[in-house]
Ligand binder design. Structure first.
Ligand code: ACM
Length: 253
Protein backbone atom coordinates (compact mmCIF):
# COMPACT_ATOMS: atom_id res chain seq x y z
CA UNK A 1 0.00 0.00 0.00
CA UNK A 2 1.09 3.55 -0.73
CA UNK A 3 0.18 6.43 1.55
CA UNK A 4 -0.67 9.45 -0.60
CA UNK A 5 -0.99 12.92 0.92
CA UNK A 6 -2.31 16.03 -0.78
CA UNK A 7 -1.56 19.39 0.78
CA UNK A 8 -4.00 22.23 0.09
CA UNK A 9 -2.44 25.67 0.64
CA UNK A 10 -3.09 29.38 0.23
CA UNK A 11 0.14 30.86 -1.15
CA UNK A 12 0.91 34.56 -0.76
CA UNK A 13 1.97 36.07 -4.08
CA UNK A 14 5.73 36.49 -4.42
CA UNK A 15 6.63 35.21 -0.94
CA UNK A 16 8.55 32.09 -1.97
CA UNK A 17 10.33 31.46 1.33
CA UNK A 18 7.22 32.11 3.42
CA UNK A 19 5.14 29.80 1.21
CA UNK A 20 7.72 27.02 1.46
CA UNK A 21 7.91 27.38 5.24
CA UNK A 22 4.13 27.13 5.35
CA UNK A 23 4.31 23.90 3.32
CA UNK A 24 6.90 22.62 5.78
CA UNK A 25 4.56 23.34 8.69
CA UNK A 26 1.71 21.43 7.05
CA UNK A 27 3.95 18.58 5.89
CA UNK A 28 3.20 15.03 6.93
CA UNK A 29 6.11 12.82 7.82
CA UNK A 30 4.57 9.43 7.14
CA UNK A 31 3.48 9.68 3.49
CA UNK A 32 5.12 7.89 0.56
CA UNK A 33 3.94 10.49 -1.94
CA UNK A 34 3.05 14.15 -1.27
CA UNK A 35 1.33 16.31 -3.89
CA UNK A 36 1.34 20.12 -3.68
CA UNK A 37 -0.59 22.72 -5.72
CA UNK A 38 0.38 24.40 -9.00
CA UNK A 39 2.69 27.45 -8.59
CA UNK A 40 2.73 26.67 -4.88
CA UNK A 41 5.84 28.74 -4.14
CA UNK A 42 4.97 31.95 -6.02
CA UNK A 43 1.19 32.25 -6.19
CA UNK A 44 -0.70 32.41 -9.49
CA UNK A 45 -1.44 35.89 -10.79
CA UNK A 46 1.67 37.34 -12.39
CA UNK A 47 1.15 40.93 -13.56
CA UNK A 48 4.01 41.37 -15.99
CA UNK A 49 7.18 39.81 -17.40
CA UNK A 50 9.32 41.48 -14.71
CA UNK A 51 7.48 39.45 -12.06
CA UNK A 52 7.87 36.24 -14.04
CA UNK A 53 11.60 36.89 -14.39
CA UNK A 54 11.91 37.73 -10.69
CA UNK A 55 10.02 34.76 -9.26
CA UNK A 56 10.59 31.87 -11.68
CA UNK A 57 13.54 29.58 -11.01
CA UNK A 58 16.20 27.80 -13.02
CA UNK A 59 15.93 24.26 -11.66
CA UNK A 60 19.67 23.68 -11.95
CA UNK A 61 20.10 26.27 -9.18
CA UNK A 62 16.81 26.61 -7.36
CA UNK A 63 16.04 27.61 -3.79
CA UNK A 64 12.64 25.90 -4.01
CA UNK A 65 14.00 22.63 -5.43
CA UNK A 66 16.69 22.56 -2.72
CA UNK A 67 14.13 23.32 -0.01
CA UNK A 68 11.77 20.57 -1.21
CA UNK A 69 14.65 18.12 -1.58
CA UNK A 70 15.54 18.73 2.05
CA UNK A 71 11.89 18.16 2.99
CA UNK A 72 11.84 14.93 0.94
CA UNK A 73 15.01 13.79 2.73
CA UNK A 74 13.72 14.68 6.18
CA UNK A 75 10.48 12.81 5.56
CA UNK A 76 11.75 10.08 3.22
CA UNK A 77 9.10 10.81 0.63
CA UNK A 78 8.46 11.72 -3.00
CA UNK A 79 7.14 15.25 -3.61
CA UNK A 80 5.28 16.55 -6.66
CA UNK A 81 5.01 20.35 -6.66
CA UNK A 82 4.10 23.13 -9.09
CA UNK A 83 6.84 25.76 -9.53
CA UNK A 84 7.43 28.54 -12.09
CA UNK A 85 10.48 27.57 -14.15
CA UNK A 86 12.90 29.61 -16.26
CA UNK A 87 15.07 27.91 -18.84
CA UNK A 88 16.96 29.33 -21.85
CA UNK A 89 15.07 32.63 -21.84
CA UNK A 90 11.65 30.95 -21.60
CA UNK A 91 9.26 30.51 -18.70
CA UNK A 92 7.20 27.43 -17.94
CA UNK A 93 4.41 26.57 -15.55
CA UNK A 94 6.10 23.37 -14.37
CA UNK A 95 5.78 20.55 -11.88
CA UNK A 96 8.81 18.90 -10.32
CA UNK A 97 9.10 15.34 -9.05
CA UNK A 98 11.54 15.34 -6.16
CA UNK A 99 12.99 12.38 -4.25
CA UNK A 100 15.29 12.42 -1.21
CA UNK A 101 18.15 12.43 -3.76
CA UNK A 102 16.94 15.58 -5.50
CA UNK A 103 15.06 16.53 -8.65
CA UNK A 104 14.00 13.44 -10.63
CA UNK A 105 11.96 14.92 -13.47
CA UNK A 106 10.12 18.05 -14.61
CA UNK A 107 6.81 18.35 -16.48
CA UNK A 108 6.02 21.61 -18.29
CA UNK A 109 2.29 22.36 -18.47
CA UNK A 110 0.98 21.81 -21.97
CA UNK A 111 -2.46 23.42 -21.75
CA UNK A 112 -2.01 26.94 -20.40
CA UNK A 113 -5.09 28.65 -18.94
CA UNK A 114 -6.20 32.27 -19.51
CA UNK A 115 -3.47 34.85 -18.64
CA UNK A 116 -0.85 32.11 -18.27
CA UNK A 117 -0.73 32.30 -22.08
CA UNK A 118 0.79 35.80 -21.81
CA UNK A 119 3.75 34.75 -19.69
CA UNK A 120 4.48 31.08 -20.03
CA UNK A 121 5.53 28.91 -22.94
CA UNK A 122 3.60 25.70 -23.40
CA UNK A 123 5.45 22.45 -22.68
CA UNK A 124 6.31 20.52 -25.82
CA UNK A 125 7.03 17.11 -24.29
CA UNK A 126 4.55 14.30 -23.72
CA UNK A 127 2.83 14.24 -20.34
CA UNK A 128 5.30 12.82 -17.83
CA UNK A 129 5.29 9.34 -16.28
CA UNK A 130 7.89 8.56 -13.63
CA UNK A 131 8.70 5.00 -12.56
CA UNK A 132 9.23 4.98 -8.80
CA UNK A 133 9.85 1.25 -8.57
CA UNK A 134 6.81 -0.05 -6.70
CA UNK A 135 4.49 2.22 -8.67
CA UNK A 136 4.40 4.76 -11.50
CA UNK A 137 3.11 8.30 -11.25
CA UNK A 138 1.82 10.49 -14.04
CA UNK A 139 2.01 14.28 -13.79
CA UNK A 140 -0.38 16.81 -15.25
CA UNK A 141 -1.10 20.39 -14.20
CA UNK A 142 -4.48 22.00 -13.54
CA UNK A 143 -6.22 22.88 -16.87
CA UNK A 144 -4.75 19.76 -18.49
CA UNK A 145 -7.78 18.06 -16.86
CA UNK A 146 -10.17 19.41 -19.51
CA UNK A 147 -8.38 17.52 -22.28
CA UNK A 148 -9.04 13.79 -21.73
CA UNK A 149 -6.06 12.99 -23.96
CA UNK A 150 -3.63 14.07 -21.23
CA UNK A 151 -4.88 11.57 -18.64
CA UNK A 152 -5.21 8.96 -21.41
CA UNK A 153 -1.61 9.45 -22.45
CA UNK A 154 -0.50 9.08 -18.82
CA UNK A 155 -2.53 5.87 -18.41
CA UNK A 156 -1.25 4.44 -21.70
CA UNK A 157 2.29 5.12 -20.55
CA UNK A 158 1.68 3.16 -17.36
CA UNK A 159 0.75 5.70 -14.69
CA UNK A 160 -0.95 4.10 -11.68
CA UNK A 161 -1.57 7.43 -9.94
CA UNK A 162 -2.04 10.74 -11.75
CA UNK A 163 -0.61 13.52 -9.61
CA UNK A 164 -2.30 16.82 -10.39
CA UNK A 165 -1.00 20.10 -8.95
CA UNK A 166 -3.75 22.68 -9.57
CA UNK A 167 -4.97 26.24 -9.06
CA UNK A 168 -8.55 25.60 -10.12
CA UNK A 169 -11.01 28.38 -10.86
CA UNK A 170 -13.65 26.59 -12.97
CA UNK A 171 -16.12 24.52 -10.94
CA UNK A 172 -16.04 21.27 -12.97
CA UNK A 173 -12.66 19.69 -12.45
CA UNK A 174 -13.18 17.78 -9.22
CA UNK A 175 -16.12 15.90 -10.77
CA UNK A 176 -14.35 15.48 -14.12
CA UNK A 177 -11.45 13.77 -12.35
CA UNK A 178 -13.83 11.01 -11.23
CA UNK A 179 -14.44 10.38 -14.92
CA UNK A 180 -10.71 10.51 -15.72
CA UNK A 181 -10.29 7.78 -13.09
CA UNK A 182 -13.09 5.64 -14.50
CA UNK A 183 -12.15 5.97 -18.17
CA UNK A 184 -8.47 5.18 -17.50
CA UNK A 185 -8.72 3.08 -14.34
CA UNK A 186 -6.17 5.17 -12.49
CA UNK A 187 -5.94 6.79 -9.09
CA UNK A 188 -5.74 10.60 -9.13
CA UNK A 189 -4.45 13.08 -6.55
CA UNK A 190 -5.47 16.70 -7.21
CA UNK A 191 -3.77 19.29 -4.98
CA UNK A 192 -5.66 22.54 -5.34
CA UNK A 193 -5.18 25.89 -3.61
CA UNK A 194 -7.70 28.04 -1.78
CA UNK A 195 -8.27 31.76 -1.39
CA UNK A 196 -8.54 34.78 -3.65
CA UNK A 197 -5.73 36.46 -5.47
CA UNK A 198 -6.64 40.04 -6.28
CA UNK A 199 -3.83 42.00 -7.88
CA UNK A 200 -3.97 45.58 -9.23
CA UNK A 201 -5.50 45.83 -12.68
CA UNK A 202 -6.31 42.14 -13.21
CA UNK A 203 -9.25 39.92 -12.32
CA UNK A 204 -9.72 38.80 -8.74
CA UNK A 205 -9.59 35.01 -9.08
CA UNK A 206 -11.15 32.72 -6.51
CA UNK A 207 -9.70 29.24 -6.22
CA UNK A 208 -12.00 26.33 -5.53
CA UNK A 209 -10.20 24.18 -2.91
CA UNK A 210 -11.73 20.72 -2.55
CA UNK A 211 -8.48 18.94 -3.27
CA UNK A 212 -9.15 15.23 -3.57
CA UNK A 213 -7.86 11.72 -4.11
CA UNK A 214 -9.87 9.37 -6.33
CA UNK A 215 -9.70 5.61 -6.74
CA UNK A 216 -9.19 3.59 -9.91
CA UNK A 217 -12.97 2.98 -9.82
CA UNK A 218 -13.88 6.67 -9.81
CA UNK A 219 -14.63 6.87 -6.09
CA UNK A 220 -13.75 10.04 -4.19
CA UNK A 221 -11.59 8.55 -1.43
CA UNK A 222 -11.06 11.83 0.40
CA UNK A 223 -11.80 15.48 -0.20
CA UNK A 224 -10.65 18.74 1.39
CA UNK A 225 -12.75 21.78 2.27
CA UNK A 226 -13.48 24.75 0.03
CA UNK A 227 -11.52 27.26 2.06
CA UNK A 228 -9.00 25.83 4.57
CA UNK A 229 -5.38 24.86 4.30
CA UNK A 230 -5.25 21.18 5.10
CA UNK A 231 -3.77 17.77 4.38
CA UNK A 232 -5.83 14.86 3.08
CA UNK A 233 -4.60 11.28 2.98
CA UNK A 234 -5.51 8.01 1.30
CA UNK A 235 -3.88 4.58 1.45
CA UNK A 236 -4.03 3.00 -1.96
CA UNK A 237 -2.87 -0.15 -3.70
CA UNK A 238 -1.45 1.13 -7.01
CA UNK A 239 -1.45 -2.38 -8.53
CA UNK A 240 -5.25 -2.09 -8.76
CA UNK A 241 -4.77 0.44 -11.57
CA UNK A 242 -3.01 -2.13 -13.76
CA UNK A 243 -5.88 -4.38 -14.78
CA UNK A 244 -7.50 -2.45 -17.62
CA UNK A 245 -10.03 -5.17 -18.47
CA UNK A 246 -13.63 -4.29 -17.66
CA UNK A 247 -14.52 -7.91 -18.35
CA UNK A 248 -13.09 -10.59 -20.57
CA UNK A 249 -14.52 -8.94 -23.69
CA UNK A 250 -14.05 -5.21 -22.94
CA UNK A 251 -10.71 -3.50 -22.46
CA UNK A 252 -10.32 0.17 -21.54
CA UNK A 253 -7.19 0.83 -23.55
C1 ACM B 1 -5.49 26.57 -14.24
O1 ACM B 1 -5.09 25.86 -15.15
N1 ACM B 1 -4.70 27.04 -13.31
C2 ACM B 1 -6.91 26.90 -14.14
Amino acid sequence: MIKVAVIQTNPIFGRIEKNLNNIKKLFLNSADLVVLPELCTTGYQFKNMDEIEKYSEDFTNSFSVDFLTFLAQENNTIIVAGIAEKSNGKYYNSAVVISPNGLLKTYRKINLFYRENIYFSSGKNEPLVVDLGAYKIGVMICFDWIFPEVARSLAKNGADIITHPANLVLPFCQDAMLTRSIENRVFTATANRIGNEARDGIDDLKFTGKSQITSHKGERLTSASLDSEEVIIANIDPRKARDKNINKFNKLL
